[in-house]
Design a protein around this ligand. Structure first.
Ligand code: FES
Length: 167
């Protein structure tokens, strides 16, 4: 396949490459595309929390699949970011169960406390807010995900404690 990598340095090398290779090794040799989600997650993490078109192209090249296959996955799931985010990206679920249990109030509280709207980053670069669809933790509504952690049964005071504890 011809190279789609354009002008940026090769991102998939060293530790990033080794981590992606470990995922590729889980699948048959001709099924490298099965590592797409893992590769996106790893590259996003190492890139400081978001993806770029060039990085997605590099993943496509590395997995030997068309770039569109990577874009489709990266734009379908809410855990992939396409703009810079804060060190802590507060992903607040606003789907029905969370909405019925106060997610709008939770969002408003966060916006007021941090002085940013969804899609914005606080001046110190620490926090950003994102509205997301159901994360499958409806029993703990209202909830948010930050990195790999789910915070459930949110209240204003629990949010204060959670944010204070984020280093
Ligand atoms: S509705 Fe919020 S986790 Fe399901």
């Amino acid at each position: 396949m011809s190279s789609t990598v354009s002008n940026e340095a090769n991102f998939i090398q060293g530790d990033v490459k080794a981590r992606i290779d470990r995922w590729i090794a889980n699948y048959p040799e001709d099924q490298k595309q099965s590592a797409t989600m893992a590769a996106l997650r790893i590259v996003q993490e190492v890139n400081g929390g978001h993806l770029t078109t060039d990085l997605m192209n590099q993943i496509a090249d590395y997995l030997e699949i068309p770039p569109i296959s990577v874009y489709e996955v990266a734009t379908f799931y809410s855990n992939y970011e396409h703009q810079p985010v804060g060190k802590f990206n507060l992903c607040v679920c606003t789907s029905i169960s969370c909405m019925l249990r106060g997610s709008e109030e939770i969002l408003e509280y966060l916006e007021k406390k941090l002085g940013v709207k969804p899609g914005e980053i606080t001046e110190d670069g620490r926090f950003s807010i994102k509205k997301v669809e159901c994360l499958g933790a409806c029993g703990g509504a209202p909830m948010m995900q930050v990195g790999k952690v789910y915070y459930e049964d949110l209240t204003e005071s629990s949010l204060d404690k959670i944010l204070d504890g984020m280093e």
